[in-house]
Ligand binder design. Structure first.
Ligand code: MLT
Length: 248
């Protein structure tokens, strides 16, 4: 069995993920915001490439049923209802709504996973819930691919740390699981920072950029391990919460 970590989101080839269970990580901040939105009762999150796509898709809904969300250069998109701060996706705001979302890296990485068996959105805030599903898949004989959305399709330290934590725990005590080199490297990153996720974020370029832009509180929200224990499943071009009402 294999657990591979892949970097660069949209540049992942179909053969890298074909038939696998795929976890897409964008810790800062799209994956965390999606987990918060679904946990707080959003009907679905639809990941879209551009802000124009969001505006066009919104026309298919009653205006009161949708929220337009996303960022460019970390900042909310003018005219949209929400940015990409997990703290914005409160129950009061999102319950019962479909969130149409575009972000620089995260939503692109999620949308670029055609051919995977199942696609899950993973972060620290829903770590154990997603881990449980990944372990069940691996035990059932399905290989795992962990895609790090990264930053501008490149390596991002915070995604590597989170991927390392998943790779380590998903393979734990299971014999004959092979990790690729990237997964091994990510395990080392996770081991270096351990529970000190604040230090991990402060060491990362993206974390520092967000802090400088005034989003320091988002870093704390994204570091709150298991605070939103949902399994966000991407299927039929939308992300919904896997649970009793949405079995696979
Ligand atoms: C992204 O998808 O690129 C990120 O979530 C950016 C951000 O921090 O808002």
């Amino acid at each position: 069995m294999r657990v591979d970590v892949l970097f660069g989101g949209a540049s992942v080839a179909p053969s890298d993920i074909s038939g696998r269970v795929v976890a897409v990580i964008d810790v800062l901040r799209a994956a965390s915001s999606i987990a918060v939105a679904l946990s707080n009762g959003a009907r679905a999150v639809v990941p879209l490439e551009t802000s124009e796509d969001v505006v066009t898709r919104a026309k298919a809904f009653e205006r009161s049923d949708v929220l337009l969300a996303g960022e460019r250069r970390s900042l909310p998109i003018p005219g949209f209802d929400l940015g990409n701060s997990p703290r914005e996706f409160t129950r009061e705001v999102v319950e019962g709504k479909t969130v149409l979302m575009t972000t620089t890296n995260g939503t692109q990485a999620i949308a670029g996973t055609q051919g995977a068996r199942d696609v899950i959105v993973a972060s620290y805030v829903n770590f154990t819930a997603v881990l449980t599903m990944l372990r069940a898949a691996l035990r059932g004989g399905t290989d795992i691919a962990i895609i790090c959305a990264g930053r501008e399709k490149r390596f991002a330290l915070e995604d590597a740390g989170c991927a390392g934590r998943y790779a380590h725990h998903v393979a734990k005590r299971l014999t004959s699981v092979q990790l690729n080199d990237a997964a091994h490297a990510c395990v080392l990153v996770d081991r270096k920072y351990g529970e000190q996720l604040g230090r991990l974020f402060d060491a990362s370029e993206h974390g520092r950029t967000l802090r400088e832009a005034g989003f320091g509180d988002d870093l704390a929200a994204c570091a709150a391990l298991d605070s939103y224990p949902v399994i966000p499943l991407y299927q039929d071009r939308q992300i919904t919460r896997l649970g009793p009402d949405r079995e696979r």
